[in-house]
Every structure is written in structure tokens, then in C-alpha cells.
Design a protein around this ligand. Structure first.
Ligand SMILES: Cc1cc2nc3c(=O)[nH]c(=O)nc-3n(C[C@H](O)[C@H](O)[C@H](O)COP(=O)(O)O)c2cc1C
Length: 372
């Protein structure tokens, strides 16, 4: 069953394997109360086979709401079981991955972006997931795969999945993926972004919700995309590599709410309490390096950043607590940086979507009899 009243998040942080782990999400939530946070993709098989060890993969602290679990897989039984097992963890939404081009996933695993070639299967998978949860089920996909990259083929995919399943919200990474010849990282930068396909979907599927993703790197651009009609904006790498300047403005500039007012020093103090408690709790759990990793972009483009990173490099090898790590490294950062709250957003290309409607592809004509 799917919840009746659903509106897509205005701003979300993308699912990113090895990046949007519990530590990063803790830091992100200290900076923004309103951003929706996605987990890293979790394969249904992992959930099913690690049944006795689920906390390790699925537990999170309650302040991480709103939080979305992203699931990947192509085995219907396992997708259903995984959803059922995940229910106990009360995620706000489940997102089904149809965008990952990694050979481990799209190749051997036969899921991720490869599923865009089989929309009927995707609809079946979504229907099964939805039958096993009470929260909305959404899809994250690309605009195409290999030579299947026309606007019409993208529309066929959206049309079939949305008419044969309860999925009504699609996150669109607005570039296609190539299954051969590109690494996952290259697949996130080499195929060109085609935002016109995204805005074409808004025009051609007025009853569905769409979140734009790919290459959006400033709050101006987030606002520009929303102004042009996107229901939501998902930011990945920029929110990871520059969390203070992206997430620090989400509550005020996107949600019109008040900011936490915390300075960077105060955020770090709270993160230190979290980090040291995690280090103490689990003998063989995360390393200090794991906990420090989300901080590496925290002083992005600030004075002292280079020196701080060099100090951090050696301190992760010697320090045993986050407290001592900060004592050794923060001397590199001027007090003026540590003690200021979020200031004016860095300006970006706020007008990149201004003329998008002049370059849309021709409207999609539904060929129901061909498509279904
Ligand atoms: C390190 C890394 C890991 C990623 N892992 C996932 C993943 O698990 N699931 C997914 O749907 N997308 C994944 N992505 C893709 C992002 O969610 C996003 O679609 C992509 O980075 C484009 O957005 P951006 O330009 O704002 O970064 C990953 C991206 C990066 C950089």
C-alpha cells in the first residue's frame, strides 16, 4: 500500500555508495534540518542474507528523518523480503535504483540502469515493493542507456512504469549511462547532461512528480531548477564535497525556514560527540578515518583548507579520538572561519534553466497499444 498524500522533497542529497553513510548523514543533518537524505544503495540480497545483522546496514539515528532507503536488485522475491525486513526501520520512502551503471551492479548483478531496458519488470518490482510497505516507492533512473537514448524511449519507460505500478515520483539523473567502456565515475561526467529531457517529462506527464539530478552545484542552481518547474532537486557530489555552502542554505533559501544558526565550530563539537561515541561503542566498528571522511570538504575554499587537509592526513594515522584529531588539525583554520554561521550562498549559474523551455524535445505521443 502506498501513502495517499505525497509530495516530493524540494531538496534531497543523492544516494552515494561509500559516501552517504551514517557518518555523512549525521554531519549533513547537523547542517540542514530539512534536506531529505538518501542512504547508499543497498542490494536486496544484502538485506536478505544479512537478516541477523540488519542494524549494521539499516539502523540510523532518528534525527536523520526524513530519510529514504535506496534498494537495488532484480530478484523479485528478494526485493519483497528486503522491503519487509526494512519496514521495522521506518524509512520515510523507498527508492528503487534504475540508474547505477557499475559493472558489478548493471553487469554481473543485472540491475541498476540495465533495468531501464525492461520497464515491465521495473513496474512489477515496484508493485511488489509497494505491496510490502506503507511508505511511498519511487524510482531513480537515467535518461537512457547505450543507444536507447531518445526522448521517446525515456517517455515509454516512465509511461509503462507509472501506469503499471504505484510509482508516481521519478528522480531523473539527466544523463544517459553507457554500459561498456566507461567507469562509474566517467558515467557521471562524460555523457552530456540533457536537462531538456527532464523538463520535457514535466510537460508530458503532468500527473507525475519529477526530481532533477545531475551537475547541480549551487543553491542558485537549485532555486533556478525549482523556478523552472522541477518538483524537487537532488544534489550529490556538491553536497558531499562542499557541505557547508550547499546544505547550510537549504533550510533558509529553499524551505524558507530558519537556519540552525550553528557555527562551523559548533557543528564540529556536536560531530565530535557523535564520532567519539561511535568509536567507543564498537571495538571493531568504523575507523577514525571513516568518521573523518565526510569532513574533508567541510572547509572547501576557505583559508587554511590546504594546511588542514595535510594535517588531517597525518592525524588520522595517529589520533585515537575525534577530540584529539580536532585538537591537532583545527589550528590550521582561522577563528573567523570556525566561528561564523552560514553566510550568503556562493553564487552559481542561477539562470541555467531560464530558457530551457525553448529547447524541449517534441512532445511525447503515448502509443498505449504499442507501449503496454
Ligand atoms: C561516489 C558516488 C556513489 C554513488 N552511488 C550511488 C548509489 O548508490 N545509488 C544511486 O542511485 N546513485 C549513486 N550515485 C549517483 C548520484 O546519486 C547522482 O545521481 C550523481 O552523482 C549525479 O548527481 P550530482 O551531479 O549532483 O553528483 C553515486 C555518485 C557518486 C559520486
Amino acid at each position: 500500500m502506498v501513502a495517499d498524500h505525497y509530495s516530493p522533497p524540494l531538496f534531497s542529497v543523492a544516494p552515494m555508495m561509500d559516501w552517504t553513510d551514517h557518518h555523512y548523514r549525521t554531519l549533513a543533518r547537523l547542517i540542514s534540518k530539512h534536506a531529505w537524505l538518501y542512504t547508499e544503495m543497498l542490494a536486496a540480497e544484502t538485506i536478505v542474507y544479512q537478516k541477523g545483522n540488519l542494524d549494521r546496514f539499516l539502523a540510523y539515528s532518528p534525527d536523520q528523518h526524513p530519510i529514504v532507503l535506496q534498494i537495488g536488485g532484480s530478484n523479485l522475491d528478494n526485493l519483497a523480503k528486503a522491503t519487509e525486513l526494512a519496514n521495522a526501520y521506518c524509512y520515510d520512502e523507498i527508492n528503487f535504483n534504475c540508474g547505477c551503471p557499475s559493472p558489478r551492479v548493471a553487469g554481473r548483478g543485472c540491475f541498476g540502469v540495465r533495468l531501464m531496458l525492461d520497464p515491465k519488470f521495473v513496474a512489477e518490482a515496484i508493485s511488489l515493493i509497494a505491496a510490502n510497505t506503507n511508505v511511498p516507492v519511487t524510482v531513480k533512473c537515467r535518461i537512457g542507456v547505450d543507444d536507447h537514448d531518445s526522448y521517446n524511449e525515456l517517455c515509454d519507460f516512465i509511461y509503462k512504469v507509472s501506469s503499471l505500478s504505484p510509482a508516481k515520483h521519478f528522480v531523473i539523473h539527466s544523463r544517459k549511462a553507457l554500459l561498456k567502456g566507461l567507469s562509474p565515475a566517467e558515467n557521471r561526467s562524460i555523457p552530456p547532461l540533457k536537462y531538456e529531457y527532464f523538463y520535457g517529462l514535466l510537460r508530458d506527464f503532468p500527473d507525475l512528480s519529477f526530481t532533477i539530478n545531475g551537475g547541480i552545484a549551487s543553491i542558485d542552481e537549485v532555486n533556478g531548477a525549482l523556478k523552472a518547474g522541477a518538483h524537487g532537486v537532488m544534489v550529490g557530489r556538491a553536497a558531499y564535497n562542499n557541505p557547508w555552502h550547499i546544505l547550510g542554505h537549504v533550510d533558509t533559501a529553499i524551505y524558507g525556514a530558519s537556519s540552525s544558526g550553528l557555527t562551523r565550530r559548533q557543528v564540529l563539537e556536536k560531530y565530535q560527540v557523535y564520532g567519539d561515541s561511535v568509536l567507543q561503542r564498537y571495538g571493531l566498528g568504523p575507523s577514525l578515518r571513516d568518521i573523518v571522511k565526510p569532513l574533508l570538504g567541510f572547509f572547501h575554499s576557505e583559508p587554511g583548507n590546504g594546511l588542514w587537509k595535510r594535517k588531517a592526513d597525518s592525524a588520522v594515522q595517529t589520533c585515537t579520538t575525534i577530540k584529539s584529531f580536532f585538537e591537532e588539525t583545527l589550528v590550521a583554520i582561522p577563528d573567523s572561519v570556525l566561528d561564523s554561521a552560514v553566510v550568503k550562498p556562493q553564487s552559481g549559474r542561477g539562470d541555467i534553466f531560464a530558457n530551457i523551455y525553448s529547447s524541449l524535445p517534441p512532445p511525447y505521443r503515448t502509443r498505449e497499444e504499442d507501449v503496454i
